[in-house]
Design a protein around this ligand. Sequence first.
Ligand code: OGA
Ligand code: MN
Length: 212
Amino acid sequence: MNETGFNPLYEKVITDLVEQQYSVVENFFSDAEVLVLRESLLAKYEEDMFKKSAIGNMANEVIVEAIRGDFIFWLDESSCNAAERNFFDKINDFTAYLNRTCFMGIADQEFHYAVYPPGTFYKRHLDTFQNDNRRKLSIVCYLNHEDWLPEYGGELTLYQVKGDTETALNVYPVQGRMVIFESQILEHEVKPVKQERLSITGWLKSRPEILF
Ligand code: OGA
Ligand code: MN
């Protein structure tokens, strides 16, 4: 951050979110930061620490491979390694900026690593639950090698609605690319992958709403 507290990268994300409900940034994390995150994801994956992803939450969790086929590992900020600590420090700095400059009211967060083995996908969905609307911003950072080719598939397709037209935007999961989007607005899907696809994915959340 510079002396004025103005962060051009964060400002670009904020402007994008206001104008188009999503932002794609290439340089939120350095190549070195992405590499150590990939190493730490792979170490945990090889140790069988991942579980099959589910849809729904809490008692409603069900595994439905026809909807979602990735494997995930939930990160715990209180017991993470140096690569993950650095990841959370940067995310927390970004969150503090959003709260300070946009009064976003982000009070909580959750992140997991994700691995999509070849043949898997995640069908079109919204990142909120029927019984919990605290997820405000979805963040995905891709931990693939830099030579991800379009023929490997696995693009994130964001469905943006303007008036009565819908536009589908494809974002390829190239190394270090980060996508941030409005969890409650943008439906999206992960197209079938032909190569193992790695990412760190999470949500910035508001405080639970208390209804009187
Ligand atoms: C998700 C999701 C997108 C991606 O995990 O909810 O939509 O590009 N991920 O991995
Ligand atoms: Mn999603």
